[in-house]
Write a protein that binds this ligand. Structure first.
Ligand code: SF4
Length: 440
């Protein structure tokens, strides 16, 4: 028996797919890249983006053309909005909530058309379901880079985002389980581990005193890192600026294995816009977080997320975002041109910044970003960095890797055995976001 699985979406979807694969293989299925020979065809999707929804429809249309010529079962899971679920049930054999993976064998046996779904679970019920899910063995997408879920769902309700409606309220995973998974990954040779959650620094708060805080979780991991004597980095994404506290930063400063890389989404540099986005902080609060990072973690690189062209964004509001990029001197920003996400509050609002204007703002902000990120990469020249080699560079005869702060560095070398290992490199050249070095 064979299965073919397509994963669309973010790192969380990719992390979820590791558990789905392990579970399906445990049932006796073998993976195949060829959908035409699969007995089980599945999609793990993020239905909050129209593009992803279109892709799912295209996939299932192609697969369903084979129906009648051979037997197979199709399923869909992931971040599915309630309205989309009803539509998808007309084309997939099974549509179910990720938390229900443990009942997959049962669903498959009766080949139910309904699957199960819990649109209105309480936080306690969600926690119960998630505990089962997290206990399942995970499969990592890589041999040296791993993702560890520490939390599911979100309580923030940003107006442009549908996550609280697809993944539910924040539920934290047990710290013991997280630590065990990290230890297991490190002993299996993983060198870069990212703790995943929609709002990681509110980790544990949903347990109302019965779980440690995010800073304490990092402390446990940091202590283990020191005791293990192994070289690896642990990162996390994403924290929320409102909940970022200095104790988290002090803990990162204390331990070598806690990567000096902070991804802290700003989304906009304008207070009125932040209110419309329901981000729950203003630019002064955000500035104080950046100042703490610069003071407590002076070597840290800072990445961010920004949306341009959100509903009603004026030229002045955009100018404030440009000013923020220049002030905070990001090493990288993932800039998105706003598009309404079905299910999010803002989907009911006018998408009133014309597409051409969004593209213009995107290009202008990308140039601003280059002007600040290149200051950092230029400052790397002449210095030595430890690099985790992650593969071949686009340039023939070169390998590439990431510094502790996730800056891409390429260096001339064709020894493939270095992939997945750390090497020392002296930087000789820099570009806007990356650098070139010589192996020492
Ligand atoms: S964008 Fe806002 S609502 Fe969406 S996951 Fe992040 S913090 Fe939660």
């Amino acid at each position: 028996m064979k299965y073919h699985l397509v994963t669309l979406g973010c790192q969380m979807n990719i992390s979820d797919s590791g558990r789905v694969k392990a579970y399906i293989e445990h049932l006796g299925y073998q993976p195949t890249d060829n959908p035409h020979e699969a007995d089980l065809l599945g999609v793990i999707a993020c239905s909050v983006r129209q593009k992803a929804i279109d892709k799912v429809y295209n996939l299932i249309a192609v697969w369903n053309r084979q129906k009648g010529s051979r037997p197979f079962t199709t399923f869909l899971t992931g971040c599915i909005l309630p309205d989309d679920r009803e539509k998808f049930l007309k084309t997939f054999d099974m549509v179910f909530d990720m938390r229900d993976l443990t009942k997959f064998a049962e669903m498959l046996a009766v080949h139910t058309h309904e699957g199960t779904y819990y649109p209105r679970l309480s936080r306690e019920e969600q926690a119960y379901q998630m505990d089962y899910f997290w206990k399942l063995e995970g499969r990592q997408p890589d041999k040296f880079e791993a993702f560890v879920p520490i939390q599911n769902g979100c309580d923030k309700f940003c107006t442009y985002c549908a996550v609280p409606y697809t993944r539910g309220r924040e539920v934290s995973r047990s710290s013991e389980e997280i630590l065990e998974e990290v230890k297991c990954l490190v002993s299996n040779g993983f060198k870069s581990i990212t703790l995943l959650g929609q709002n990681v620094n509110s980790y544990g708060l949903d347990k109302k005193g019965n779980e440690i805080t995010f800073a304490q979780l990092l402390e446990l991991i940091g202590r283990y890192g020191d005791q293990s004597g192994k070289e690896f980095y642990v990162y996390f994404t994403s924290p929320h600026p409102r909940d970022m506290t200095d104790d988290v930063l002090h803990t990162i400063a204390k331990y070598r294995c806690l990567g000096k890389w902070i991804h802290i989404p700003i989304q906009s540099g304008d207070n009125e816009m932040l209110k419309r986005m329901n981000r729950k902080y203003d630019i002064d609060r955000y500035r104080s977080v950046i100042q703490s990072i610069r003071t407590i973690l002076p070597t840290a690189t800072i990445f961010t997320d920004i949306i341009v062209g959100f509903t009603g964004e004026t030229e002045e509001e955009f100018a404030n975002t440009r000013a923020a990029v220049k002030e905070f001197k990001y090493n990288m920003a993932f800039i998105a041109m706003y598009s309404p996400r079905p299910g999010a509050v803002s989907a009911k609002w006018a998408d009133d910044v014309p597409k051409d204007e969004k593209s213009r703002r995107y290009a202008v902000l990308s140039d601003d970003l280059k002007s600040v990120s290149s200051l950092y990469t230029a400052s790397m020249v002449g210095k030595e960095f430890r690099i985790l080699v992650n593969g071949h560079d686009r340039l023939d005869g070169y390998l590439s890797g990431l510094t502790e702060g996730k800056i891409a560095v390429r260096f001339k070398c064709d020894d493939e055995s270095l992939i997945g290992n750390f090497v020392n490199v002296k930087i000789v050249k820099s570009s806007d976001f990356s650098a070139e070095g010589e192996m020492l």
